[in-house]
Design a protein around this ligand. Structure first.
Ligand SMILES: NC(=O)c1ccc[n+]([C@@H]2O[C@H](COP(=O)([O-])OP(=O)(O)OC[C@H]3O[C@@H](n4cnc5c(N)ncnc54)[C@H](OP(=O)(O)O)[C@@H]3O)[C@@H](O)[C@H]2O)c1
Length: 281
């Protein structure tokens, strides 16, 4: 074993860690961008099926292109797996015969359970995570679930790395489909909501740019109030809803249209679909 392979995961002790990222598409690419700025990371080894996908990273400080997955595993201690679930079988085949002793795998594949990865890869240190598209800005909420093979020290180190992507919530793996619905698919609901506010403004005569600034600014402001006052949203709604005023007229229309029930049904449908897509053994 060479000198480089002897390094261990000593983030707390001020020593560096070597990361691997398999698949540098939308999610894996964001992981690389966020991790580059982390002082404790010495190198990020990347590998993707097509070299063209890796081109935008090759000139980045700390990034090294691995010639294959064997090379990536040899040169990394913590390895992110960011390929589509349907490509997992291909990755597992490529990794047959590769020494994985002591390596930690962090998978972001939707619907692939820890148990299946353990069996297919012959590894026992596995973390399953579910981020959303805000990872790129360090503003995701990230679910994580650990396999039994990880000790408390290793879990802490992994969480420290994941905090570069946003807020980290550890949970039982059986909650992943529900989390995927709320946090993974949730941004689509927010974008539809924003679009409908913009459409309302446009209908009243505002131009596109003004409508966008009004919608985004209003939602950002409401979030700031909620964060600062730390009150239940119902109480905040009451604060802007005066008796016989303008707001209550709109609230009444939303209630007639089953706004809240529709949103709850939508998230439940997303959770059901996430469950359906769970890959079985
Ligand atoms: N995008 C999101 O918002 C999001 C959110 C939560 C979780 N996820 C999960 O993150 C994973 C990646 O999603 P994504 O949107 O980033 O997908 P993506 O953009 O398609 O990226 C995956 C990359 O992995 C490459 N790849 C496939 N097989 C490979 C192999 N054997 N070795 C090396 N590279 C390989 C793909 O190459 P080819 O394109 O040539 O196949 C592609 O460049 C998925 O499992 C998804 O469930 C994504």
């Amino acid at each position: 074993m060479g000198k480089r392979e002897d390094r261990s995961l000593r983030i707390r002790g001020g020593k560096s860690v070597r990361i691997g990222v398999i698949g540098v598409g939308k999610m894996g690419g964001s992981f690389v961008e966020r991790l580059i700025g982390m002082d404790e990371i010495e190198v990020i080894n990347i590998h993707d099926k097509y070299r063209s996908k890796m081109e935008r990273f090759v000139k980045m400080e700390k990034v090294r292109v691995s010639k294959d997955l064997k090379d990536l595993f040899e040169m990394s201690e913590i390895i992110f797996l960011a390929v589509k679930p349907q490509d997992f079988g291909g990755v597992a085949d490529e990794l047959k015969g590769v020494n994985k002793d002591g390596k930690i795998l962090i998978s972001t594949m939707a619907g692939v359970r820890i148990e299946r990865m353990k069996k297919k890869l012959g590894m026992d240190k596995i973390t399953r995570i579910m981020p959303n598209l805000a990872v790129k800005y360090g503003k995701s909420v990230v679910a994580c679930s650990f396999s039994d093979g990880l000790d408390e020290n290793e879990k802490e180190k992994i969480k420290k790395i994941l905090r570069r992507f946003g807020e980290v919530i550890e949970m039982d793996e059986k909650m992943f489909s529900a989390f995927t619905a709320i946090v993974g698919s949730g941004p689509a609901v927010v974008f539809i909501f924003l679009e409908s506010i913009m459409d309302s403004a446009i209908r009243m005569g505002f131009d596109y740019e003004s409508s966008k600034r009004m919608a985004v600014g209003m939602v950002e402001g409401a979030m700031e109030v909620m964060k600062n006052l730390n009150l239940h949203p119902g109480e905040l709604k009451n604060m802007v809803t005066s008796p016989a005023g303008t707001t209550i007229e709109g609230v009444y229309e939303l209630e007639k249209g089953c706004f809240r029930g529709t949103i709850m049904e939508a998230f439940d449908a997303m959770r059901r679909r996430a469950d359906e897509l769970l890959e079985d053994e």
